[in-house]
Design a protein around this ligand. Structure first.
Ligand code: ATP
Ligand code: MG
Length: 564
């Protein structure tokens, strides 16, 4: 069994019982059907894990990757490529089952001709506004179009001429003939085809009319022999139409649509329209901006596919919409990285520290543990010398009560090294800013030595000034200052962008073992968080993205909920 097979949920239960009952000839065929009009985000990852995960749970099970490309004006091969990369990166494989709704345009057209011949579809020549007006409302029934009773022959002729490109956009549509008084608005003669004189990225200008989603989607599922067609809740009311289309097209195969709740996460955006706007208006640096919840953004930020899969497994699938806290996603990346990444020392805001009794020009190599969670990861050497950098935050000239780190006259342990004592402070005479600490070290207290015993209240990290590598570090904060779901629709949502969402810190100092670190490599900077080398690192100093800070807010929330 794959790692994605885990706790049961209502969809797994349905598939399991269908499989046990021998429905669909014992086959399990799912599909992931993105429209190539943007990049995938963490919400899509939920659907990917669900669809590919289900298929993996059954021998011979397969999940198709199908590009739902019926809208020529918004789709682009760039997205097609990015989506394939992302699905693979998440750890899934479609085993050659790569399809496009546009592969079926000819077949879909033939099905439409069949519907017309059966008197189940007609060409309507009302304008879009009139169609809307005739549709009625939730409380009022719709009215029949005056064109509803066109003869089959006339409909066939018009539909053929729509295909031939004889008519302008918007002049005619093909509609299903169902019921204008249905309580379900989706069944009030839905539009099946629209005229669009637009080039499609795969079929070029072959087609002048394009099928609607509600028509193309069920038939694509039927053509591919999909057994369970999983979609998000907003399609629940479309299910009767889905079934109607498959039935009227007389497909021998009947896929079953099952709806589940979309994933929403606080303080971020998941709507493709909004993501496109952020990228298009350059409010972020691109689809892979580490602040975005796109797969490419999360990946660049340092997320692992394992953490994303574990998160999706944990949130499960349900029938009710819910918003998940960003901290929960962060909890999963922290858990994953904690087990596997190397610890290193890095100083983001350097404060110079001189050890007065350590000989000038001398250096020694100290042993540092690579990962206390995994001792098989071994140790490395970290150079120590007379001049070091520590974090500005780890020193207070006038320490408050609970502050146990360095202060004048105080001692701390330097991680993997010695106990030092602050014996003096140098300041900028103009500003009063502390520019340098003068310290002494106790050579008897080397970590790992038999005389290490002496205890002090705090251990801080450091790097050796002459050995350290300079780097830029990028810290990320939530992209929005408000929960967008609560922002009134008449407010410009982009005004809620957090101006502090990206914090760039230059002049950071990193231990020299990271000199050769390549883009994508991940580390824990001791006491600071998990970081990964950014793809910008080819130019200038190495750039590190903070994937996530060390503090696990979720673990605390979770605990407090359990004890309540
Ligand atoms: P739009 O409705 O703006 O076109 P979409 O998010 O539905 O965007 P698709 O490319 O159609 O985009 O999505 C592909 C699949 O991913 C669909 O089956 C959809 O249900 C699923 N999906 C999209 N967003 C989410 C989400 N937030 N949570 C779970 N599944 C999602
Ligand atoms: Mg969609």
């Amino acid at each position: 069994m794959s790692e994605t097979s885990g706790a049961s949920n209502f969809i797994r239960d349905i598939v399991a019982s269908d499989h046990a009952a021998g429905r669909h000839g014992g086959r399990v065929v799912t599909r992931f059907p993105p429209e190539p009009n943007g990049y995938l985000h963490i919400g899509h990852a939920k659907s990917i894990c669900l669809n590919f995960g289900l298929a993996q749970d059954y021998p011979g099970g397969v999940c198709h990757l199908r590009f739902d490309d019926t809208n020529p004006t918004t789709e682009d091969p760039e997205y097609v490529q990015a989506i394939q990369d992302d699905v693979r990166w998440l750890g899934f494989d479609w085993h050659g089952k790569l399809f496009h709704a546009s592969d079926y345009f000819e077949q879909l057209y033939d099905y439409a001709v069949r519907l017309i011949t059966k008197g189940k579809a007609y060409v309507d020549s009302l304008t879009a506004d009139q169609i809307r007006e005739y549709r009625g409302t939730l409380t009022e029934p719709g009215k029949n179009s005056p064109y509803r009773d066109r003869s089959v022959a006339e409909n066939l002729d018009l539909f053929r001429r729509m295909r031939a490109g004889e008519f302008a956009d918007g002049t005619h549509v093909l509609r299903a003939k169902i019921d204008m008084t249905s309580a379900n608005i989706n069944l009030r003669d839905p539009v099946l085809y629209r005229i669009r004189h637009a080039a499609h990225y795969r079929t070029g200008t072959t087609w002048r009319l394009y099928p609607a989603y509600d028509y193309a989607h069920p038939l694509s599922d039927a053509i591919e022999g999909i057994t369970h067609s999983l979609c998000t809740l907003e399609f629940e009311d479309h299910r009767p139409l889905y079934d109607w289309v498959v039935e009227q097209a007389e497909s021998t195969h009947r896929p079953q649509q099952i709806e589940f709740a979309r994933l929403n996460i606080t303080h971020t955006v998941m709507s493709k329209r909004r993501l496109l706007e952020l990228v298009g208006k350059k409010l972020v640096t691109g689809w892979d901006d580490p602040r975005l919840p796109t797969i490419k953004g999360l990946r660049r930020r340092g997320y692992t596919p394992e953490a994303i899969r574990a998160f999706c497994e944990h949130i499960g699938v349900a029938k009710r919409d819910a918003v998940v806290e960003m901290q929960l996603l962060e909890h999963f990346i922290r858990e994953d990285l904690n087990k596997r990444v190397q610890r290193v020392m890095a100083v983001l805001h350097p404060l110079k520290l001189v050890i007065e009794n350590y000989p000038e020009g001398q250096a020694e190599q100290l042993d540092a543990i690579n990962n206390p969670e995994d001792l098989s990861a071994g140790t490395r050497k970290v150079p120590f010398s007379r001049i070091l950098y520590i974090e500005q935050d780890d020193f207070r000239e006038d320490p408050p009560k609970q502050f146990f780190r360095l202060a004048p006259g105080r001692e701390v342990r330097l991680r993997y090294a010695y106990i030092i004592k602050c014996v003096g402070v140098t300041k900028n005479p103009q500003t009063g800013e502390v520019t340098e600490l003068r310290c002494t070290y106790d050579p008897e207290t080397k970590s790992g030595s038999p005389q290490e015993q002496r205890k002090v209240k705090a251990t801080i990290h450091w790097v050796s000034a002459m050995h350290a590598v300079e780097a830029e570090v990028r810290l990320y904060n939530p992209l929005f200052t408000a929960d967008l779901a609560k922002v009134p629709p008449d407010h410009d949502w982009t005004t809620y962008l957090n101006p502090q969402s990206l914090e760039r810190i230059t002049g950071c100092r990193i231990e020299p073992s990271l000199k050769q670190a390549t883009p994508g490599s991940r580390y824990q900077f001791e006491r600071l968080g998990y970081f990964c080398v950014d793809s910008d690192s080819s130019r200038g100093p190495t750039v590190f993205n903070r994937t996530v800070a060390l503090k696990d807010a979720w673990a605390r929330i979770d605990k407090s909920q359990q004890t309540r």
